[in-house]
Design a protein around this ligand. Structure first.
Ligand code: PLP
Length: 425
């Protein structure tokens, strides 16, 4: 089926006991076993089923199976936030003393998580330059467990070379994890060779700015056993699960060793579960995601055109206005569109950025992206204000940089608000 159909029909027809067409919210902590044998089989993973909602829940299950179908993956896991999804994606492979190689172009929260929190736990992040895919290869050693990158990272909005780095990973036996938060539907990273995809569902998948959540999708396309010595978490007996070897244990269920281990070990122990109510909200969002993404992207093209000819703007940062290698990547990975994030630099710098934001009437001033509404922020005075101006510049944030997340309002209304705010900038 096509994405437009999968989001409505994938993994669920109706609720068996009631016939309900909308996915019910199974707001329950626990599930009655049919008997002791049933309970024993569930705990031994001989049978997959519901035990306790920290680990698995039927509402979350529909969301998980739908997103796995949409991405062309083997299985997925819903989590309490995008941050917990990035944490789990890496910690499922890394132990203290191990390292992983990440693109430098990251969401600030992920950068902090990697640079400070994971490092303090003994998991070393090594940063590689996404404009040079070979820098990923150079950073690898015998303790490297994965590569990590974002498809469409802001503020630079340079699309990541997914195929190139996934190919290096395939050669060396290292899986590529891709945060596809900013490009759902328009990019399917597994199709381009990525092995694991993660989302902050808080953004476009929810789409309405109501709920925090995350997802991890296992592509089922990485051969853990071939590179067994690199992945002891998956290929060695797990003392926390009566000696299970995950690559062996899941053989009857499919190539899902990575995601099963994440569910029954990390989610069991750390407990960053998505609530059934939030899963319901994300299922609602997912149903119209392909439609909304098209509208977001169509509006963004028009806004980028408008901004490009504005006298107060020095530069527009948008994949559709790039050239050379960055444009090639945008064309190769964004399915003929360019996403809905736009940056622009005001000629008059910092104070002009603040004046622009303060003059907005319809567009919201928030630290978020991917809402149905148009959103704006001036990073130099907010998200990037802790950095020195020099460090800000290396991340791509000049003093007059403004980030827009273009919504699905009528294009004339978006441009009218931007226009009157630019008059005041
Ligand atoms: N990844 C990206 C690209 C993001 O933009 C964000 C949040 O802004 C996250 C991850 C973290 O997600 P959450 O806020 O749902 O924890």
């Amino acid at each position: 089926m096509h994405p437009e159909t999968i989001v409505l029909h994938g993994a669920y027809r109706h609720d068996e006991p009631t016939g309900a067409v909308a996915v019910p919210i199974y707001q329950t902590t626990s599930f009655q076993f049919k008997g002791t044998e049933h309970a024993e089989n569930l705990f031994a993973l001989k049978e997959l089923g519901n035990i306790y909602s920290r680990i698995m829940n039927p509402t979350c299950d529909v969301l998980e199976r739908r997103i796995a179908a949409l991405e062309g993956g083997a299985a997925a896991l819903a989590l309490g936030s995008g941050q917990s999804a990035s944490t789990f994606a890496v910690l499922n492979l890394c132990r203290a003393g191990d390292n992983f190689v990440s693109s430098t172009d990251l969401y600030g929260g992920t950068w902090n998580l990697f640079t400070n929190t994971l490092s303090s736990m003994g998991v070393e992040v090594r940063y590689a330059n996404p404009s040079d895919p070979e820098s990923f290869r150079r950073a690898v050693d015998g303790r490297t467990r994965c590569f990590y990158a974002e498809t469409l990272p802001n503020p630079k909005l340079n699309v990541f070379p997914i195929r190139e780095v996934a190919d290096i990973g395939n050669e060396l036996g290292i899986p590529l994890i891709v945060d596809n938060t900013a490009a759902p539907v328009i990019c399917r990273p597994i199709e381009h060779g990525a092995h694991i995809v993660m989302y902050s569902t808080t953004k476009y998948i929810g789409g309405h700015g109501t709920s925090i959540g995350g997802l991890v999708v296992d592509g089922g396309n990485f051969d853990w056993e071939k590179h067994a010595s690199r992945f002891p978490n998956l290929t060695q007996p797990d003392p926390s699960y009566h000696g299970a070897v995950w690559t062996e244990a899941v053989k009857p269920l499919g190539p899902i060793a990575y995601i099963i281990r994440m569910r029954v070990v990390l989610l069991r122990d750390i407990g960053a579960a998505m609530s059934p109510f939030n899963a319901f909200m994300f299922i609602q969002g997912l149903e119209t995601l392909p439609l909304r993404i098209r509208a977001h992207c169509d509006n963004a093209v028009k806004v980028a055109d408008y901004l490009s000819s504005h006298a107060k703007i020095a530069k527009v940062i948008y994949p559709g206005r790039q050239d050379g290698e960055m444009r090639r990547r945008a064309d190769a990975y964004l399915g003929g569109s360019f996403g809905a994030l736009i940056g622009f630099e005001l000629k008059d710098g910092h104070e002009a950025g603040r004046r622009f934001i303060d003059a907005l009437k319809m567009v919201y001033h928030v630290a978020n992206i991917g809402d149905a509404r148009t959103l704006a922020i001036h990073p130099a005075s907010t998200t990037h204000s802790q950095l020195s101006p020099e460090d800000r510049l290396t991340t791509g944030v000049s003093e007059g940089y403004v980030r827009l997340s273009i919504g699905i309002e009528h294009i004339d209304d978006i441009i009218a608000d931007l226009s009157q705010a630019l008059d005041a900038a």
